[in-house]
Design a protein around this ligand. Structure first.
Ligand SMILES: [Fe+2]
Ligand SMILES: [Fe+2]
Length: 455
């Protein structure tokens, strides 16, 4: 079978030189969900929507077509892999239409059910108070929801004893290193809440398909966990809570980063007319700004610095919490990217050259704000922390986000100056990473699905 697949693939244009395929459970007639992985990128796609495939070959073809369509496989990528998982729901076509129970007969209207399914959309879908997840149209959303809940963690499960000891000891940590932690806490303690608020009151309100609302609800909850983890760090280290609030208001680069996102959130509350193409663009831009510019790029400067300290065995509890957070963020980036791509797919009229340039300009502004912020985080180089590396890293990560959404990079050909960060994210390699109560939350599938491709 794989030999045949290779032959078929090699007949296509822009074929990678090396193709590896991992089938989990290719089962005839079952719905499939696909994760496409290749350097620096992970994209979850549902090949051919709600269609069925009858064998592994069709399955792979479907994945391949989606990948080509979505990302046009930039020629520099020569290796990729396709991970398939199969959701075990029966075919739509075998719906039972009538049930005889005793003397009563219940008849179900298949046409009506199928019409309701066809009316599922990202926006302007069927207006209903019901929350019927099945049949799933956006398979990726449900799959991601399952991954996210399997990654559940609680801040109190992470020991902070060593961090407290180090925080108080001038022989172990410097003022510069403490400043990075303060900036991390000052920025993220508010930023997590801003993201959660936008997910809950803008994006989740405006999308219409229940499975999208389901995964967005989980997203909002994870932002609460992240905000709670910062509270736990602040109280453990004995930082005055007023100091944290003041940093948010008084550090100019933090204020500017937050204004950058809140301005596109305020105007998009309930009752927005989403049949208007300008409003559709605003909504798509909101998803892009929060998912790709903020969570996908502006979070990464400090993530990198804190994980660099963690790598030097400084602040192990904080570093561990940021690793959990970063793993969650990679799912949030993927969620908002898929949502954005599906919104564009269903509303092609908004995908104009002008709109694409607007999104690129938004990313460029976000990058500049992040660079100014990084300079405030690292006024002087510390051990293992070189300002220039972090500035280039932001350019690098921003381009990955743009390309992931089918947009041209701002700095073509730029390379990653901090390759070790990807290793830091690869949680699955550590056998003993989950200890104590966290293990109880962990489902067997969760560790399998973690990867660092979003770094
Ligand atoms: Fe978060
Ligand atoms: Fe997030």
């Amino acid at each position: 079978m794989l030999g045949q697949l290779d032959r078929h693939l090699n007949n296509q244009a822009k074929i990678p030189e090396k193709t590896s395929v991992l089938f989990y459970k290719p089962i005839d007639g079952f719905f499939v969900n696909t994760h496409l992985l290749w350097p620096n990128r992970r994209v979850t796609t549902t090949p051919c929507g709600q269609q069925h495939v009858n064998n592994s070959e069709q399955l792979l073809f479907a994945c391949w077509r989606v990948a080509q369509k979505r990302l046009a496989f930039p020629s520099q990528y020569h290796t990729f892999s396709i991970r398939l998982s199969v959701l075990q729901f029966p075919r739509l076509s075998i719906m039972q239409k009538s049930f005889q129970v005793g003397t009563k007969t219940f008849v179900l209207d298949q046409d009506k059910a199928e019409a309701a399914f066809a009316a599922k959309k990202v926006i302007n879908g069927r207006d209903s108070m019901t929350f019927n997840l099945l049949p799933l149209k956006y398979q990726w959303a449900y799959e991601l929801y399952r991954t996210m809940k399997a990654n559940h963690w609680e801040p109190e499960d992470v020991p902070m004893g060593k961090d407290i000891e180090q925080w108080r000891d001038d022989r172990v940590v410097s003022d510069q290193e403490r400043w990075i932690i303060r900036m991390g806490i000052g920025y993220f303690s508010a930023a997590e809440g801003i993201v959660g608020d936008n997910i809950q009151h803008v994006i989740r309100e405006l999308v219409t398909a229940p499975e999208l609302k389901l995964v967005l609800g989980r997203h909002a909850h994870e932002e609460n966990i992240h905000a709670d983890s910062l509270l736990y760090m602040i109280s453990s280290l004995g930082i005055n809570p007023h100091e944290c609030e003041a940093m948010f208001e008084d550090v100019e680069t933090i204020v500017k980063k937050n204004e950058f996102v809140t301005r596109i959130s305020k105007g998009l509350r309930r009752d927005l007319d989403l049949t208007d193409p300008d409003n559709k663009k605003l909504f798509a831009k909101n998803m892009f700004t929060f998912g790709q510019c903020m969570e996908g790029t502006q979070f990464y400067g400090l993530f990198g610095m804190i994980l660099s300290l963690y790598r030097q065995n400084k602040f192990p509890g904080i570093g561990q919490m940021f690793r959990y957070t970063l793993r969650d963020e990679s799912n949030h980036i993927e969620l908002l990217r898929n949502l954005f791509m599906d919104l564009v797919e269903e509303n092609r009229e908004i995908w104009t050259e002008e709109f694409k340039e607007d999104l690129r300009a938004t990313m460029a502004e976000g990058v500049q704000l992040e660079k100014d912020f990084i300079k405030d985080c690292l006024p002087v180089n510390a051990v293992g922390l070189v300002l220039e590396d972090f500035l280039i890293y932001i350019d690098y990560i921003a381009d990955r986000r743009l390309e992931g959404c089918g947009l041209a990079p701002l700095n073509p050909g730029i390379t990653n100056p901090l390759p070790w960060l990807a290793e830091m994210m690869d949680i699955k390699k550590e056998q003993n990473f989950f200890e104590g109560r966290v293990t109880e939350y962990q489902k067997s599938s969760a560790l399998e699905s973690v990867d660092d491709d979003d770094l």
